[in-house]
Each structure stands twice: as structure tokens, then as C-alpha cells.
Design a protein around this ligand. Structure first.
Ligand SMILES: Cc1ncc(COP(=O)(O)O)c(C=O)c1O
Length: 464
């Protein structure tokens, strides 16, 4: 009943391919957000489950799904949302068709070999040769896992439960760190928030002082989290100096490179010290342009990953000691059943070549600098933070009272988004409401960068 003949499957794939082709062909002309409402979307997709199959008709509404969503066309600059390489998307379809469980060599010999190869490629490409790693669903999970390894290496908790232990991260660290401390039973109160300098980088003197204070108070410490590309401004913490402090104090060093680490492929000097980390998160679904979900946790010592994550039931135990054929990712991660996430990145890297990615990242970096220049030359616009990578934070400040600027810029942002040509998100920069554009988009051209200024200027002087 559920089975398809090969020609029926081909017809289904053709329908999907047609919808996907039309979606991509119309991308540039599309609004960045749908002009819709909760009720109309609910009406479009509500209704009872069909008792009898619709067959080909089941796929008729794919175009509507595409229409009622945000699009990552060339003018989408919100959050850190990668633009989605269609080559990788096609490979993802194949990964689903072959339905591999990328959990152990015996369940997917090719899949596991590919995942281990791509991990090695990425580690090498960002200047961390020799690191091992595992694909995850996203940076939040990778950060949680990195800190789980940190906890297990410094304050083992797997058997007896968690004891408090301090983790140091900057005031600009991602919210996933706070979540991780809660989930690991360390408690959010044990996240020591270290102040940042005028470039939003962790202050190493303040880190050392915080460590000394905790030690004097008899509090145990576990890890330092450095961020290589903060979500607000793209700041890169001073990795080499933080690594020295971590080493001197016997603390695990996790680098949250979910957003920024891919840029080490293009501008390695800015990431000096990255290879001194114990673990690194890197989101390929951000700045390697992969469709969601595609993230990687890299680590120096796979033995600690296994200490942290291996707990193997008899039924899953390997019957061989062979280091390749007995290998199991489920002993180095939280997941047991796992999608073959590496396939899309493997195909994408082979299709475009590493040079293609390096060039696209450099173009994003240049577009960010270009926007900063345009902001600085535009009367009324104000740059709110240095541009360290590809995030640009600015606001309209054309003479109003400081106390009114946050509300005014929030209004401008809403108008820009409602207009539908450009998508920006926002950030809080020392209390100021910032309009934020983040360039992790292989489709963006110079004209699209100029469109940001046009959209913000138009929103600031709305037609009456
Ligand atoms: C610096 C940083 N870390 C972690 C994350 C979380 O990544 P994900 O959304 O893939 O869970 C983000 C997301 O934007 C980020 O910018």
C-alpha cells in the first residue's frame, strides 16, 4: 500500500524538483517575509488528516509552503541564517532516500567514512588539523556537548550527578551557554559573565580576576568559553591569551565558533589561537551556506567525548575491535539514531571546492565593510559597533532625543520588515536598539547592500 513503483517515485521527485526550481527561480523577486497572518496560515494548513491518500495531489501545496515562509534571498540579513546551497539541498534529499542511520560504521559504512572525512576537512580548513568531531543539529547542541565534555573532564558527573562548577564566558556569549549550564545541572548562577572591551571582546584581565576571586572563595571551576564571532557584533575574543589563562588554571577551553569559525577558512590570522581549544562548535548551516540542520562539534581528544557520551546497551555493542569497522558515533554524541548530515556538506564542498567557499566568505566580509562605509557616509545613520566579521550594527540617529532613539529604531525595523524588500534583525548594543545586518549569504551583491540603506532611509521617512 505504501510502496511505490520506480516510475511513481520518479514522478514524485519531479514534482518536488519542479516546485524547488520555481521557488529558486522566483527567489530574488520575492518578499523576504510573507505578507500573511496567523489565521490565514492556519487555514492554509489546517483541516483533518485525509483518510484516503491524495497521491500526487499531496504535493500540490509545496509552492504554498514556500510562499508562506521567510526566504533567504539576496536581501535576507537577519540573525545568522545561512542562505542554503541548493546543491546541498539536493544531496540532503538523497540522504533521506538512502535512509542511512549515521550512528556506527556497521549501520552506514559510507556515511560514517564521509562524516569522518568532512570533519577532518573542516578541522584542517580552519587551522585545527587532527581534531576529531561529530555533526550535530546546531550550535546550541554543539555548545551543550562541548560543555558536557568540559564538565566530565573537570568535575565528573555522569555517575554521581552534577556538583557546582564555574564556567567563564563573556557578556556577549550566546544564550545557548546559559541554557547549557542549566541543562548540565551546573546552574546558570555559575556562568561567570566576564566584561568586554570597547570591541566587545572578552577582557582577559577581568577573566583572570574572576578566576582568582572564585578560587579565593573556594569555588571549583570547569571551563572558559571564548566566542569566535559573537552573535551581536561578530567580535572574536582574544583566543591565544584566553587559551593561556585556561591552561594556567587547568580549565577546559571551549570556543563557540558557531557563527564565526568558518571565516577562519578565509581570514585565518584573525583566528590565531583557535587550535589551542579543547572543543569548538562550528555551524555549517550558518556561514558554510548549508541548509538546516548542519553543525559540527570539533574536539581534540575523542577519549573525553567517549567518557562523556558512551553508555552502550548490550544490543548495540560492536562485535569487532577494528578501529574503523567498530567505530560508533553514538559513543561520541548524545544522539543514537542520526541523520547523515555530512552528506550535503560533502557534496557541496566537492561541487564548489573549498576555494568557492573561501571566496563567498570573503565577499560577505567585504559586503559588511561596504555597509559600514555606507552607514558612516549617510547623514543620520550611526555605526554602533566595530565590524569585526560580517555583522553590522547601526541605527538611525538624525537628531532626536537619545531617550527616543530605541523606540524610533524599533519602529524603523518593523517598517523595513513589513515593506518586505530587506530583512534585518536587531541587537542591543550597550543598551541601544541596533538595526543589524549579518552577511552569511552567497546570493548578496553590492546592489543588495545598497538596498539596506534605501530601505532604512525610506522607513525613517514614511510616506504620509
Ligand atoms: C555565536 C553563536 N553560538 C551559538 C548559536 C546557536 O546556534 P544554533 O541556532 O544552530 O543552535 C548561535 C546562533 O546564532 C550563535 O550565533
Amino acid at each position: 500500500m505504501l510502496d511505490l513503483r520506480p516510475d511513481e517515485f520518479r514522478a514524485v521527485v519531479n514534482q518536488v524538483a519542479d516546485a524547488a526550481e520555481q521557488f529558486l527561480a522566483g527567489l530574488d523577486g520575492r518578499r523576504v517575509t510573507p505578507d500573511t497572518s496567523g489565521d490565514s496560515v492556519a487555514a492554509a494548513f489546517g483541516g483533518p488528516v485525509p483518510e484516503d491518500g491524495l497521491r500526487a495531489g499531496a504535493l500540490d501545496d509545496l509552492a504554498v509552503v514556500g510562499e508562506l515562509g521567510r526566504v533567504t534571498n539576496a536581501r535576507f540579513f537577519g540573525y545568522v541564517h545561512g542562505s542554503g546551497d541548493p546543491v546541498a539541498a539536493a544531496a540532503d534529499l538523497y540522504a533521506s532516500v538512502i535512509n542511512q542511520n549515521a550512528t556506527a560504521w556497521r549501520s552506514s559504512p559510507a556515511g560514517i567514512a564521509i562524516e569522518r572525512t568532512v570533519v577532518g576537512w573542516l578541522a584542517q580548513a580552519i587551522g585545527c588539523p587532527g581534531f576529531c568531531g561529530v555533526f550535530t543539529s546546531g550550535g546550541s547542541l554543539a555548545n551543550l556537548m562541548g560543555l558536557a565534555m568540559a564538565r566530565e573532564s573537570r568535575r565528573p558527573a555522569n555517575e554521581e550527578g552534577a556538583r557546582p562548577g564555574v564556567v567563564y564566558a563573556s557578556a556577549e556569549a550566546h544564550m545557548s551557554m546559559h541554557k547549557a549550564l542549566a541543562l548540565l545541572g551546573l546552574g546558570r548562577a555559575n556562568l561567570r559573565v566576564v566584561p568586554v572591551d570597547d570591541r566587545f571582546r572578552m577582557r582577559v584581565d577581568a577573566l583572570e580576576q574572576a578566576i582568582a576571586e572564585d578560587r579565593a572563595a573556594g569555588r571549583a571551576a570547569i571551563a572558559v568559553v571564548a566566542t569566535a564571532g559573537t552573535v551581536n557584533t561578530g567580535a572574536i575574543d582574544p583566543l591565544s591569551e584566553i587559551a593561556r589563562v585556561a591552561r594556567d588554571n587547568d580549565l577546559w577551553l571551549h570556543v563557540d565558533g558557531a557563527y564565526g569559525a568558518p571565516a577562519a577558512i578565509a581570514v585565518p590570522a584573525r583566528f590565531a589561537g583557535l587550535a589551542l581549544a579543547d572543543s569548538i562548535s562550528l555551524d555549517a548551516h550558518k556561514w558554510l551556506y548549508q541548509p538546516l540542520d548542519c553543525s559540527v562539534l570539533l574536539y581534540r581528544d575523542p577519549a573525553i567525548a567517549r567518557t562523556t557520551f558512551a553508555y552502550t546497551g548490550d544490543y548495540a555493542r560492536s562485535l569487532t575491535d577494528d578501529p574503523v569497522e567498530g567505530f560508533a558515533f553514538f559513543e561520541e554524541t548524545i544522539e543514537l539514531s542520526r541523520r547523515l548530515r555530512a552528506l550535503k556538506l560533502w557534496v557541496s564542498l566537492r561541487y564548489h571546492g573549498l576555494a568557492g567557499f573561501r571566496e563567498a566568505i570573503r565577499a560577505d566580509l567585504e559586503h559588511a565593510r561596504m555597509l559600514a562605509r555606507l552607514v558612516e557616509s549617510e547623514p543620520g545613520l550611526e555605526l554602533l559597533a566595530p565590524v569585526e566579521l560580517s555583522a553590522v550594527c547601526f541605527r538611525m540617529n538624525d537628531g532626536g532625543e537619545e531617550s527616543t532613539l530605541n523606540a524610533r529604531n524599533a519602529e524603523i525595523l518593523q517598517r523595513v520588515i513589513r515593506e518586505g524588500r530587506v530583512y534585518l534583525s536587531n541587537a542591543s548594543i550597550r543598551g541601544a536598539f541596533a538595526l543589524r545586518a549579518c552577511f552569511v549569504n552567497h546570493r548578496t551583491t553590492d546592489a543588495d547592500v545598497e538596498a539596506i540603506i534605501a530601505a532604512v532611509s525610506a522607513a525613517a521617512t514614511p510616506r504620509t
